[in-house]
Structure formats: structure tokens, C-alpha cells
Design a protein around this ligand. Structure first.
Ligand SMILES: *[C@@H]1O[C@H](CO)[C@@H](O)[C@H](O)[C@H]1NC(C)=O
Ligand SMILES: *[C@@H]1O[C@H](CO)[C@@H](O)[C@H](O)[C@H]1NC(C)=O
Ligand SMILES: *[C@@H]1O[C@H](CO)[C@@H](O)[C@H](O)[C@H]1NC(C)=O
Ligand SMILES: *[C@@H]1O[C@H](CO)[C@@H](O)[C@H](O)[C@H]1NC(C)=O
Ligand SMILES: *[C@@H]1O[C@H](CO)[C@@H](O)[C@H](O)[C@H]1NC(C)=O
Ligand SMILES: *[C@@H]1O[C@H](CO)[C@@H](O)[C@H](O)[C@H]1NC(C)=O
Ligand SMILES: *[C@@H]1O[C@H](CO)[C@@H](O)[C@H](O)[C@H]1NC(C)=O
Ligand SMILES: *[C@@H]1O[C@H](CO)[C@@H](O)[C@H](O)[C@H]1NC(C)=O
Ligand SMILES: CC(=O)N[C@H]1CO[C@H](CO)[C@@H](O)[C@@H]1O
Length: 525
């Protein structure tokens, strides 16, 4: 009888403990093995608890222990840790005082840099799908300090405080996990680790087939004149054929999840909940689907989304995430070898806010991996999904090292025009750096017009292929053929979906590594 009775008490107290620890917890995206932002920034930690209690958070490292307190209001507590230098592991515990006295703990917490990886299918594209994937997967165990987190694909019509779902909680990388993890995100993190030698946390939050509007709050959409809830991507593309060359693989690749189509829904569910996390920066691979949706506004929507993310992450972290955090992106690769006009050149240009290069005065502290020479005609995932993600991630890392980490002397931008000189027969183009150039028949084009206008891509203008031959260390000579010098109105380069073969564009940096980005230049203002 006694035994039974005490058994009962025990049973009840276990029940209570379960109920209370259900109350006291960290927000969904804090977990064992996570990476928190290192000094000089401070990591923000928040979670749930019982109203009107105090939560005491302890950070326990090998030699030190620090305590932080937060009152619980509206069921939420939040602390900002002191700066912690890169390294670990630490344990992070939270205890509720004045309430349940329950405790929750995270173990193997590291301090380092945290990068967010966003975009559409080329960011979703997994390590399993790239060239040399088995070699890459086998290397997973060599990088235990590159930690992974993967946000589940969810949508919401309102901004959420916490993630509705997690695909993979914070983990030490294994070949199995990498099979399903973003290749560009992983490779970027791994290459960064190889230069920084301290922990890197990667947060994958992306979704195939999504236009930029799905990842944008109402603020940038409004700024760019895009109606918010009413317009939906589906309605827009309904009657337009999408030229997908290998639709079976596409479907396999995208999976069964319907592609979110309403503006802001992935922002609401997959980005907004992360705003309180202190992050180092973000990388982004997206734009393919904006060929069909607000294409002409991408020069506004994309830079404005970057501005808005920066503002929101800065605010959400109480000022810990930099208000101008570094933002890297991949300029679109290629899809159609037949070069049927399909918007790739326009999107590539708009990705730079129509400057052609980044950073620029509109897009400060950004960096770009030019990828138009990394095409993959035989990709089993469709030509729009090239497998050469190592090069993409490597080029991104060069930009990150310069823009985010201030490393000097790294070549991270391909050549861009510095000056143009026209005489009767040639247009002499001098780049802003020495180049490695090979003659080209039709990668440069000249628009000849008797009017003083800027030629666009529209049918109204006649663009003529203009053969190029290298002329000096930084200069190329472009034949004008029939066009009189005074009628040369515009010049463009690589203005095609698929302008050159794999790593065989006409103009590279002098070391042959970085391709010149595409451009259009106009003579008349
Ligand atoms: C918490 O404190 C507020 C204000 O002091 C009070 O109105 C409320 O009843 C308290 N809630 C609980 C659950 O004790
Ligand atoms: C947290 O730190 C305080 C002060 O050092 C200590 O009294 C307390 O026992 C610690 N709690 C845990 C759960 O480690
Ligand atoms: C973290 O907690 C685990 C399990 O309680 C313990 O084995 C380990 O020593 C702790 N590590 C630190 C750095 O406190
Ligand atoms: C905590 O307080 C908020 C508002 O003060 C209230 O909406 C919520 O229901 C309370 N939670 C609990 C568990 O009492
Ligand atoms: C694949 O691995 C081979 C052998 O290590 C290497 O030569 C080649 O460059 C790699 N390809 C890519 C795309 O990384
Ligand atoms: C964006 O591009 C469109 C179409 O080319 C152009 O009309 C517009 O002026 C550009 N807007 C900005 C802000 O650059
Ligand atoms: C145009 O410039 C090129 C390169 O400097 C030169 O070779 C050529 O003779 C010039 N042609 C004329 C007509 O001046
Ligand atoms: C560019 O090439 C010229 C000629 O080879 C050389 O003299 C010059 O130093 C180079 N400039 C740079 C910045 O490397
Ligand atoms: C728990 C917490 O502090 N959440 C905040 C995260 O950031 C957003 C956006 O700034 C705030 O609205 C939340 O209150």
C-alpha cells in the first residue's frame, strides 16, 4: 500500500516535471551542436517560460561560467550573452526561478560565424547532386566544426515568431546529412572554415521555384510597387509556358511540396522567425523564376529585399547583427543552349541593380559569384541545375573573404569595362584590370542607331555581333563592321542565356579564374 502510494507521488511529480519542462524551453532553432555568433557581437538567446518567473541562463565552458537573467513576459524570455570568442564547446542551460525550477540544457555549443543560405532550387541543390559528390560526402567527418541547420519548408500568411518546422536540427556534418543539404551552402561554409579555422554555423532556408517576392516582407514589395496579398505568382504564370527542358527530373528534384506562390509567405514562416538570431551574413542563389514574374522590377525587388533583411535582422537581434551585414549572391548560370531569349541576361543585370558589378553604390557590402560560364549541358537535373557548385561556392568565398572579412589582395571580381574609345573601325574597350582574353566572334554585340538612344533588348533594336580580338594587357578591340563610329549607341557583352561554353568565355581576370560579368553600356545618357 505504502509502496503503491509513493509510486503515485513519483508518478505525479514526473507528470508535473514533464508539463513544466514543456513550458520552459528554448526557441525551436536553438539546439545541441549549434553555432552562436562569436565576439565582438553577442549572441541572442530566447525561449518560452512561465509568466512572471525569472529565467537564469548559464553558459558553461571549460574554464568559465557566466550567468544571465531574463524576466518571462508574455510567455517569452530573452537574454543577450556577453561576447564570447570563437571556439567551444560550451553548455547553455536555462533554469526557471520562482516557478517550476525546471531546467533545460544545450550541449556542444560552439561560437563562430553564422551564415544564412537562401534562394531557390540551385541553393536547394544538394551535395549528393554535384560533381564529385562521393568525394565531398566522404570529407564530412573532417569538418566537425562546420555545423548545419536546415529550416523546413513552410508558409504562413502572417509573420511568425518561431519556426513552424525544422528539417534538420543543428548537427555535426555526416555524409548522410550532407546528402540532403545545400551544396552551395555547405561548400561555402567549408571553404570559409578552411581559411578562418573557427566554427561556422550554416542555416539553410530555401525553396525551389520561388520568386524573390515570396521571401520579401511587405516593405520592399510596397517600395517596388508590387501589390502584396492580391497578386500571386501562380495566377501570373498560369498561361505562360515554362521552358523546362527535363520536366521529369525537375519534378523529382523539387519534390512533392507545392511551390509557394503568394508574396511574403516564405519570409513569414522561414525568415522572420530567425530575425533574433545574430548572423554574420547571408548568401543567396535565386532569380531563375523571376524571369516570368516581375522581371523588370527585379532591379528594385532584389536590392530592396537585401536592405529589408538587413534592417530586420539588425532590429530583431537588438543591434547585434550588423545593419549592413554582408550579402553574397550567385549571378544566374545558364539554361538554354539555343539562346532563345528568356530573360536570363536581364535578371543577371538586375541582380546588380543594373550596375553590372557589385558592390556598388546601390548594393553596398554585397559580393557576387559570376556563374555564366559554369554551364552543364548534361546535368541529369536539367540544364538549369548545373552540377559545378564547387566553383560557384569558391567564387562566393573570394567575395566573402574580401567584403565580409576584409582580407586584402584577393582577386574577387572579374574584369569590368573602364573606358571605351571609338574610331572609324574599332571600338577599343579597356577593362579596369588586366585580362586574359581570347578572340570571340559573337559574344560582344554593338547596337547601331542613328538616334541618340539607349538600345534595350527589345525587337526595336538591331544588335550586331561584333568580333573581338585582344589588343593589350587590359584592352580588347571590337570590330564595328558596317556601323559608323558616330552611330554606335550601345555595346553589350555575353547578353545571352548561354553565352559561352564551360569556363570558356572570351574575357577572364589575368589569372584566368574569374569571368568578366555580362554588361550593357550606353553611349547616350
Ligand atoms: C503576472 O504579473 C502581472 C502583473 O504583475 C499580473 O497581472 C498577472 O496576473 C501575473 N500572472 C500570473 C500568471 O501570475
Ligand atoms: C548557474 O550559475 C550560477 C552562478 O554561477 C550558479 O549558482 C548556478 O548553480 C548555475 N546553474 C546551473 C544550472 O549550472
Ligand atoms: C556539458 O554537459 C555534459 C553533459 O552534462 C558534460 O558531460 C560536459 O562536461 C559539459 N561540458 C561543459 C563544457 O560544461
Ligand atoms: C502569459 O501572459 C500573456 C500576456 O500577459 C498571456 O496572453 C498568456 O496567456 C500567459 N500565459 C500563461 C501560460 O499564463
Ligand atoms: C573532381 O575530382 C577530380 C579528381 O580529384 C578533379 O580533378 C576535378 O577537378 C573535380 N571536379 C570538380 C567539378 O570538382
Ligand atoms: C529597372 O529596370 C527596368 C526595366 O529595364 C527599368 O525600366 C527601370 O528604370 C529600372 N529601375 C531601376 C530602379 O533601376
Ligand atoms: C583605330 O584604332 C586602332 C587601334 O588603336 C588602330 O589600329 C586603327 O588604325 C585605328 N583606325 C583608324 C581609322 O584610325
Ligand atoms: C598589367 O600588365 C602589364 C603588362 O604586362 C604589366 O606591366 C602591369 O604590371 C600589369 N598590371 C597589373 C595590375 O598587374
Ligand atoms: C523573442 C523575441 O525577442 N522576438 C523578437 C524577434 O524579432 C522580432 C522582429 O524584430 C520581434 O518582433 C520579436 O519580438
Amino acid at each position: 500500500m505504502l509502496t503503491l502510494w509513493s509510486g503515485c507521488v513519483c508518478f505525479i511529480s514526473v507528470l508535473t516535471a514533464v508539463a513544466v519542462s514543456g513550458e520552459l524551453r528554448f526557441a525551436s532553432y536553438y539546439g545541441n551542436h549549434m553555432v552562436l555568433h562569436k565576439a565582438p557581437e553577442r549572441a541572442v538567446i530566447w525561449g518560452y517560460g512561465t509568466n512572471n518567473t525569472t529565467v537564469v541562463v548559464n553558459l558553461t565552458g571549460l574554464s568559465n561560467r557566466k550567468t544571465f537573467r531574463s524576466a518571462v513576459r508574455d510567455g517569452i524570455w530573452r537574454v543577450t550573452l556577453d561576447p564570447v570568442k570563437a571556439g567551444g564547446p560550451y553548455n547553455l542551460s536555462a533554469v526557471e526561478r520562482g516557478g517550476s525550477d525546471g531546467e533545460v540544457m544545450l550541449t556542444d555549443v560552439m561560437f563562430g560565424d553564422v551564415w544564412l543560405c537562401g534562394g531557390q532550387s540551385n541553393m536547394v541543390f544538394t551535395v549528393h547532386q554535384i560533381y564529385n559528390s562521393s568525394a565531398e560526402l566522404a570529407m564530412a567527418s573532417k569538418f566537425p566544426d562546420v555545423r548545419l541547420f536546415h529550416v523546413a519548408q513552410e508558409t504562413s500568411l502572417v509573420e511568425l515568431t518561431d519556426l513552424p518546422g525544422i528539417a534538420v536540427p543543428w548537427s555535426v556534418p555526416t555524409p548522410q546529412l550532407l546528402t540532403q543539404y545545400s551544396a552551395v551552402c555547405w561548400l561555402f561554409g567549408r571553404y570559409l572554415y578552411q581559411t578562418l579555422h573557427y566554427p561556422i554555423g550554416l542555416v539553410e532556408s530555401c525553396w525551389g521555384g520561388t520568386p524573390v517576392e515570396v521571401w520579401s516582407s511587405s516593405r520592399p514589395l510596397q517600395k517596388c510597387g508590387i501589390p502584396q496579398a492580391t497578386e500571386s505568382y501562380n495566377d501570373f504564370i498560369e498561361d505562360k509556358p515554362i521552358p523546362i527542358q527535363n520536366s521529369v527530373m525537375w519534378n523529382d528534384f523539387i519534390g512533392d511540396e507545392p511551390i509557394p506562390t503568394q508574396n511574403s509567405v516564405a519570409w513569414n514562416a522561414m525568415i522572420h522567425p530567425l530575425l533574433n538570431m545574430t548572423i554574420t551574413g547571408a548568401i543567396w542563389y535565386q532569380g531563375e523564376n523571376n524571369r516570368y514574374y516581375n522581371r523588370d522590377k527585379y532591379n528594385c525587388t532584389f536590392p530592396s529585399m537585401i536592405d529589408d533583411w538587413r534592417m530586420a535582422f539588425n532590429q530583431g537581434s537588438g543591434g547585434q547583427t550588423a545593419p549592413d551585414f554582408p550579402f553574397g549572391f550567385v549571378q544566374l548560370c545558364t539554361e538554354r543552349q539555343d539562346n532563345v531569349p528568356d530573360g536570363f541576361p536581364e535578371i543577371r543585370w538586375h541582380q546588380t541593380a543594373d550596375f553590372g558589378y557589385v558592390p556598388n553604390e546601390r548594393m553596398k557590402r554585397t559580393f557576387m559569384a559570376v556563374a555564366l560560364d559554369l554551364n552543364d549541358a548534361d546535368s541529369p537535373w536539367g540544364t538549369i541545375h548545373p552540377r559545378f557548385k564547387q566553383d560557384v561556392a569558391y567564387r562566393l568565398t573570394l567575395g566573402a573573404r574580401t567584403i565580409a572579412y576584409g582580407e586584402k589582395g584577393i582577386s574577387y571580381q572579374g574584369p569590368f569595362p573602364g573606358s571605351v574609345f571609338v574610331n572609324e573601325t574599332y571600338l577599343m574597350l579597356t577593362y579596369n584590370q588586366n585580362v586574359s582574353a581570347t578572340p570571340a566572334k559573337d559574344t560582344f554585340e554593338v547596337c547601331c542607331s542613328m538616334e541618340k538612344v539607349q538600345c534595350s533588348s527589345g525587337n526595336r533594336w538591331i544588335w550586331m555581333s561584333a568580333p573581338m580580338v585582344p589588343q593589350g594587357p587590359s584592352t580588347v578591340a571590337i570590330s564595328l563592321w558596317g556601323c559608323r563610329a558616330e552611330h554606335v549607341a550601345s555595346l553589350r557583352y555575353a547578353w545571352k542565356d548561354w553565352p559561352c561554353d564551360f569556363k570558356a568565355c572570351p574575357v577572364y581576370s589575368a589569372d584566368g579564374v574569374l569571368p568578366a560579368p555580362p554588361f550593357v553600356l550606353h553611349r547616350w545618357p
